[in-house]
Design a protein. Structure first.
Length: 386
């Protein structure tokens, strides 16, 4: 194994009725918070009233930033920073999925910064001081509740960039699986694929090629996500399935899958950020389309054969790589995924520009040597009709 550093300071409270611990845990962070959440679902499910009563019980004052959408916008972040500063909050509580938590992290990073918070996303600056963050997770997928990553869309530029900083780990995350019962089969599936993709991309691009505990862990995670997701989309209120998917999602991007494997690339994620940033499609869905396209373009990649052999238990030498791709596509079918950009209404004439934008993101991520602009264009055209 390669040498590595591993840091995970987040306290996790996982299980039934863990929200009851909110007063105890949040009181340690301060007495005034910015409460960030999504749209109407928090009110429909009664979660708003539940958390409100717990904040009151703890004697915590709060101001609200609601209405955070999927593929969260920079404008929402700036609004949140303004509200947080005006009210001199001491910490941020994020109640929702990855978009809400990513917004909270961006506000945390920008709170003490005199410049434009977008500087952090373009790697022009690094957040030296941040506000503490607590999370209540309501949808599994991004793993943002257990990592230090934030992904935000620039409203005007229509680009989606990520920020990673050591001081953006949540201090405490409440993972109560039954809070995800109301997530429909579509977004349950998109979240599952997002979690899968976090592991798959590391697995296929890792520098260290030998088997080790980390590769075994990745294989187990991917198998578990595939198996669980197929059952879960048909049984949305199954606590055990929800719990399993929630924890898989958290583990998929908390840093464990990167220990000892050396360098890696998130190539497909970088490309997808361009698509969902421009057209506001579900991130997990975009990843599914691009991953299938990438497989069809990279049939000779030995890591792809290794993936099918170890995750799908496929004898590639006997049955061929095409059979592996078919098995993977069958999984997408079971999740009812759209498998091309055409069906999502993305104009074909936009593909060249999207490729150029994606290549720019790869340059920012220092990954432009992994794929040429022409190869990138070919991938997007491959994904246009599937």
């Amino acid at each position: 194994m390669k040498d590595f550093e591993f840091f995970l300071p987040t306290k996790v409270l996982f299980g039934k009725d863990v929200l009851k611990n909110i007063p105890r845990e949040l009181s340690r962070l301060g007495k005034r918070c910015l409460w960030v959440f999504g749209k109407a679902s928090i009110h429909k499910t009664g979660l708003y009233d539940k958390v409100k009563s717990l904040l009151q019980k703890a004697g915590i004052e709060w101001v609200e930033l609601g209405g955070i959408k999927s593929n969260p916008l920079l404008s929402g972040v700036k609004k949140g920073i303004e509200i947080a500063r005006k009210n001199q909050v001491e910490f941020i509580l994020a109640t929702g999925g990855g978009s809400v938590i990513d917004t909270a992290k961006a506000i945390s990073a920008g709170y003490f910064y005199d410049g434009d918070v977008w500087d952090f996303y373009e790697k022009k600056a690094y957040p030296k001081k941040t506000l503490p963050i607590a999370t209540v997770l309501t949808i599994a997928g991004t793993g943002s509740e257990l990592n230090n990553i934030s992904v935000i869309v620039h409203d005007e530029k229509k680009i989606k960039f990520s920020l990673r900083a050591h001081n953006l780990f949540p201090r405490v995350s409440f993972l109560q699986p039954e809070l995800t019962f109301t997530v429909g089969p579509d977004y349950t599936a998109y979240g599952a694929f997002d979690a899968f993709s976090h592991v798959f991309e590391v697995f296929i691009s890792r520098e260290y090629s030998k088997d080790c505990i980390t590769t075994d862990f990745m294989i187990s995670l991917m198998k578990n996500i595939i198996k669980t997701s197929q059952k879960l989309v048909k049984d949305l209120k199954n606590y055990d399935l929800r719990a399993n998917m929630m924890w898989c999602s958290s583990l998929a991007l908390c840093g464990l899958t990167k220990t000892g494997i050396g360098a890696y690339k998130f190539l497909i994620h970088a490309i997808e950020h361009t698509i969902s940033g421009a057209y506001d499609i579900p991130h997990g869905l975009g990843l599914g389309i691009l991953t299938l396209g990438w497989m069809k373009q990279n049939k000779e990649n030995p890591r792809l054969a290794e993936f099918f052999e170890k995750v799908f238990d496929l004898d590639v030498k006997k049955r061929g790589i095409e059979e592996g791709i078919k098995e993977f596509e069958n999984w997408l079918n079971s999740l009812r995924f759209t498998k091309n950009f055409k069906d999502l209404g993305i104009p074909k004439q936009d593909l060249d520009k999207l490729a150029e934008n994606a290549f720019y993101i790869l340059k920012v991520w220092k990954a432009e040597k992994d794929i040429s602009l022409e190869q990138l264009k070919a991938l997007l055209y491959q994904c246009y009709e599937g």
